[in-house]
Write a protein that binds this ligand. Sequence first.
Ligand code: NAG
Ligand code: NAG
Ligand code: NAG
Ligand code: NAG
Ligand code: NAG
Ligand code: NAG
Length: 238
Amino acid sequence: MKPLFSLTSIGQVLLLLVVDSASATATTAPLFSNNTSCPDIHVFGARETTTPQGFGSAQTLINLIIKRFPGTTAEEIVYPAAGGSNYSSSVAAGIAAVVRQTGTFAAQCPDTIVIMHGYSQGAQIIDDAFCGGPDIPSLNSSTSLVSRTTTTNVAAIILMGNPRHVAGLAFNVGNATAGGFAARPVGFRCPVFESRIQAYCDSPDPFCSNGTSAETHQGYGREYGRQALDFIVSKLII
Ligand SMILES: *[C@@H]1O[C@H](CO)[C@@H](O)[C@H](O)[C@H]1NC(C)=O
Ligand SMILES: *[C@@H]1O[C@H](CO)[C@@H](O)[C@H](O)[C@H]1NC(C)=O
Ligand SMILES: *[C@@H]1O[C@H](CO)[C@@H](O)[C@H](O)[C@H]1NC(C)=O
Ligand SMILES: *[C@@H]1O[C@H](CO)[C@@H](O)[C@H](O)[C@H]1NC(C)=O
Ligand SMILES: *[C@@H]1O[C@H](CO)[C@@H](O)[C@H](O)[C@H]1NC(C)=O
Ligand SMILES: *[C@@H]1O[C@H](CO)[C@@H](O)[C@H](O)[C@H]1NC(C)=O
């Protein structure tokens, strides 16, 4: 099914609002929120394993987005980002946090454009929450868990160093051919969101691919931040 679009002018930018492509009939969101505190654009950032609460390596792209679209607000996904034997429970908690935080925000600001950005484990929890699992042992179900409003309002989902990477996905960017340690099955699709996703992974990455370079894994903001920003802009401005 082809995604449907509607045009609306918010502030100085002409925004392309994605209308829920899963619904049989397109419903257009109201043009303006009556909550004057709501921003035009809100970014959720989810950090990588073992970094302290904050945006971690997701900060690089988030800074670029805020600079390009002043007034954009950013919110950390609050979750353990734990490693080792706590990894799978951390992923489960992270998925729940993505669902809860995006849902709460959508209820407060139902007309704000949302951008998701996840780094490493942070990419995994966003991938799982939006595209569904299974992601054993953290998530059994295969359905998308985010709200209808979030499904409609999310303009771009940027994943970097995602352990769920597998070759052949429509939204892959980079030269990795091997899958990550929590790779999706070959042939996986995320039809509702795939035109809005970019997932960056290069072959030297040990977590989204089978390489040995931690530097590659940490370097996507520098390597691809501009490209990711261009993708976001292409989803927002006509
Ligand atoms: C503002 O939004 C609230 C919550 O969605 C709604 O109950 C209220 O009727 C709205 N007010 C106006 C003036 O649109
Ligand atoms: C897992 O979490 C528990 C409880 O917070 C903590 O005591 C333990 O050290 C953690 N283990 C690892 C490998 O991080
Ligand atoms: C309006 O939006 C702001 C910013 O997101 C939020 O903090 C506040 O709770 C919202 N107010 C209502 C009534 O939804
Ligand atoms: C997934 O299902 C198994 C088997 O029913 C269960 O033991 C496990 O707790 C479930 N995991 C989650 C995250 O719900
Ligand atoms: C893949 O891209 C990375 C980063 O640009 C580069 O370091 C690496 O040599 C490339 N690997 C292959 C097999 O092309
Ligand atoms: C990584 O995966 C690629 C593609 O499957 C394979 O050609 C390569 O030999 C693997 N490298 C290592 C170090 O396992």
